[in-house]
Design a protein around this ligand. Sequence first.
Ligand code: ATP
Length: 299
Amino acid sequence: MLKVENVTKYYGDFLAVDNLSFLVKPGEIFGLLGVNGAGKTTTFRMIMGLLDCSEGKITLDNKPIDYSVTDKIGFLTEERSLLTKLTVRQQAIFYGRLKGMNEKDILKRLDELLEKFGVLEYKDKKIKELSKGNQQKIQFILAIINKPKLLILDEPFSGLDPFNVELFKNEITEMSKEGSMIIFSSHRMEHVELFCKKLAIIMKGKTVLSGDLKEIKEQYRKKNIFVKGDLTKKDLLDIDGVIDVVEHADEYEVKIENIDVSQRVFKEVSKHKNIMKFVVEEPSLNEIFIAKVGESYDK
Ligand code: ATP
């Protein structure tokens, strides 16, 4: 298990990470979310032992993370850091050896992964000859070449097209099923929502929300109702407890204060003709994120 306990990081006088704590168990995918400058990369660097914590403690299976466990860890850095003059095969051998693998196993695993990601033909190409997206795939492949027990992914989806986001997500999910602990950062809530069960939202280095995604959504009082039919925006806005009504192409999204208001909305909607849709939904993670980040800006 990865334990981050009361970790604080100062750069000089500047407090970049403020008393952060979380746990990641085998098989869990944990999302560390936050706006630019929130402290995500700093946290990852401390986990990797590339930066010292000013206060607090980080352990993997109750031991400090140091050189002796690098073979169990994979890290995709935010700034892409490939040696661009080397070929993909040469890079893989270089990285794999750093992780304590022998050349035969490295090349076998490399072929499997290149095939899976549809880039087998680039094996003997230099990194600098590849497109940005393909370079990112190679960097991801290298981060997982040793089937790491702990995989840290700093903004893994940035610059990827939707098809490749899907490929990455599938691989990450598969690794978690095999027992890996995975932590990743992202600004893209729709990516997080689909496959991450636990998360923390940080803001100026401080946790503003953390826990199980399902519980976070249930506990968030505001809900949305999607309504389609012969009624006007005003009909909906006039209902007590309705905060806002957003008009989409052919339906309304009614934002309500809490679940009890849905009864009143239903009563009003039932008075109208041709109602084709009435669905109460949890808010999206994006909506919760924006609300939480907004609240902490206001403080
Ligand atoms: P982004 O999403 O933009 O990558 P982040 O959440 O990863 O941001 P960090 O890179 O961890 O954020 O930075 C957290 C804060 O610490 C920022 O205000 C940043 O300016 C500051 N910071 C980062 N590295 C240093 C450094 N080496 N010296 C001084 N301040 C730093």
